[in-house]
Design a protein. Sequence first.
Length: 306
Amino acid sequence: MTPATPTVWARRLGASAADNDNASLHVSRGYAYLNVGREQEAVAAFDRAIELEPTATIRNNVAYYLADKAVRLDRAQQYAEAAVTATGVESRNLTLARISPRELNVVHSLASYWDTLGWVLYARGDLSRAEPLLKAAFTLSESGVVGDHLGQLYEKQGKRDQALRAYAMALKAERPETATRDRFRTLAGSENQEVLLQSHAGDFLTLRTVSVKPAGATGMAEFFVLLGTQGIEDVSFVSGDAALRAPAVVTAIRQADFRPLLPVNDGVGAKILRRGGLSCAADSGAKARCSFILFPLSMTKPVAEN
């Protein structure tokens, strides 16, 4: 998640007593206190928020703000881990039999919470544990903020090329961070920055594209897939050419290598829902070539909302 802008800090600190039972307001107030150096009051506000509403969302938001200011990181890690665990457990109930905005929101939350926990671990200097979380969060969310976090991690690890790639991809995401461009420019140095940016322009699409073994059918169709830490768990046809509903096609999708896109192994067996399109076209030898392109999570909607 992205911290609030400084322009609202004073307003948050001045909230009325009538708002004392509003957990979200206490989180905002706590962050405002952090921004003016009043750590004890910030922690008290955060504690009150969690007391009022001990949900994964509130715990995650508190953890993110603590990590953002690098204070009480032990507590931040505890809250972030609780949010990841609770949402990961909830995701285990996801099935393709029911896909609504609520189920898709679980997937969005996982991406956000993995980022928060990764960012906390980064702040604590635990880079090896932070890396898979931030990488999974960025792969799933394609968020500029998360890409910036991943780039900073790679830079601290001394992985210059990977850091440049993460920054470049983050700059191609929606609402890129101004600080990301500054970090990219500094790290790129004398290299041609526009050439670097363009060299990674298609990386999101490449990452979301999986080769599927031809199964004797051609055409285009959309599917929902359920991904677990071990691979594809289920496939559901949504719409498109009827030939691609064949069991052999579904089997080919199940057997495709989705490993780079699988959820992080968080110890609870999290699952994620993704929607994508399968395209199978005959080449010059009359054999079909098939590829499956996952849609960005921000563009994924239930079937009923098409």
